[in-house]
Structure formats: structure tokens, C-alpha cells
Design a protein around this ligand. Sequence first.
Ligand code: GZL
Length: 322
Amino acid sequence: MKKVLLIAIALLMVVGGSTFAKDAKKKLITVGYAQVGAESDWRTANTESFKSMFTEANGYKLIFDDAQQKQENQIKAIRNFIQQDVDYIVVAPVVETGWETVLKEAKDAGIPVILSDRQMKLSDNSLYTAWVGGNFLKEGQDAVAWLNDYVKNNKLTNKDLNIVILQGTIGSSAQVGRTQGELEGLAKNPHYKIMGKQTGEFTQAKGQEVMESFLKANPKIDVVFAENDNMAFGAIDAIKAIGKKPGKDIIIISFDAVHEAFNRMIAGEINCDVECNPLHGPRVAEIIQALEAGKPVDKIMYVKEGTFDTTNAKAILPTRKY
Ligand code: GZL
């Protein structure tokens, strides 16, 4: 009898063990990430932070989709993730509207949706579980606050300043918030004259093109707000092409604070850069781990962000992570 029992236990261990091993392999959490595109240095850093976080070694299977800045591609990717019955869907929504239908499909499929980077405007906020990203309105306000200080410190308070704005992708929450913060802040000073605002789609090429048109239409531009660094790089090229000095003849205030932008501040070509931290991979992983453990998560999580300029860029550059 004892022998039979021993054989049964040994059998159970073998079957159990192999199931356990199979189970252990099956325990990967599948995450579908619908990324905006690859339009900027910021986006590259953001993608890298997801790809280095959501690895098999960390217990994940990442299905990554680059939508090339097209909402219809992101919607297709989300439907594809639903088809594959992933455990979590992460979206960096290229624009704020047009998501209700596909998010309802994810909800009906019982798949939690986490928003990262940009936000969505929804009539039913239960359609997503949590959002983590930058405070775009504050970023715009901080950019104007820096200009106000610059004007005071350089005895320009009674001088009219002609200002142009290179906006991000129209309707993206980064553009909506930054532009709102800029316009509300600039409206408080009658010496700030907004000569034009136009989207450069967050890309260097389009930013240069729009800046060229601003320079042709306005003989005197004093300040450029570029709603991301890649458009600032394009604006710098356009300004140099007409023999003017970026950062001296024309003040450049940018957003993102990527590595190359620090080099430009050190070179004096960008005067101020308002940070928008892209390293959301670990933050989204924290949210997923909390959900896996059945713990509550905050609906809205703003990341810490700073403002840098030519006075501190050199000292801070070695500490930068992107
Ligand atoms: C901001 C992000 C923006 C960056 C751009 O969170 O959505 O998109 O500012 C990027 O560089 O293209």
C-alpha cells in the first residue's frame, strides 16, 4: 500500500511540477502599448522606457505599436490588443477626443486601459483606470513665468516684444495645456504681442518650415515659444539661415528638456526649457503591479517637472536620465 502511495505522490509531483513550470512560463503579463509615433526625441525616450521596463525578465510580454501619429492606427492597435486578449492596454493618445467607442470595446472585453503621457476627453471616466503624465497647463504657465523674470532681469519691462508660438499637434493635451498656459500668461502683459501661432506637429522639419514662414511674415520677432524641443531645433535652423543668432537676437523658450536641448542651452541657442518627463515605463509598471495585487491606484498621477535655462544647464546635464 505504502509503495502505491509513494508512486502516486511521485506522479503528482512530476505532473504538478511540469504544470507549475508551464504555469510559471504562462505567468507573463501581456501589455499592449499603443504609442503615438516616433516624432521626437521625447517620444524615443518614452518608447525606450517602456521597452526596457516591459521585458520577459521583468515578467511581461510587450506588444508595441507605433501609430505614426495617426489616431486611426492607434484605434486599430487597441482593437488588435483586444483580439489578442492582452491583460492590459496602455495608450498615449495622439489627440484628446474620439476614443469612447474603442474604449467601450476594451471595457466590454474586461481589459483595463491605462493612459500614459497625453490625456483623453471622455464622457465616462470609468473607461480608463489611471493616467500618468506631465501637467501641460503648468508647463505653459512656467514658460511665461520664466519670460517675465527674463524681461525684469534684462530691463525690458517697457519694451514691446513680438512673440510667435510653434504649437504641438493640435488637439493633443500637450498642445492644449501648453498653449492655454502660454496665452493666459502672455495676455497679462500688454507689451507681449502675439504675432502668430501655428502647429509644427512636434517635428523638427515642420517646426523649421513654420518658423521660416513666421520670419518671412514678421520682420521683427523677439521671442519663440516652441512646444517641444524638436520644433525648437527646427526654429534655430531657420533663424540661423537668415543670419540671426538664436538665443540672442531671438529668445527661444522650449518644452521637454531632452538631452540635446541641454546642449543647445549650454551653447546659448535655447534660453529656457520646461521639462516634460518621458520616463513613464516604470510608472505604468507600478500601476499594473498594484492592480495585479488588487490594490487601488490614483486616477491621475502628475510627474515631477522642472524648468531649466542657460544659467543651470551645464551643471544639471550630467544628472539627466534622457
Ligand atoms: C508630452 C508629449 C509630447 C512632447 C513631444 O507629454 O506628448 O509629444 O512634448 C512629443 O516632444 O512629441
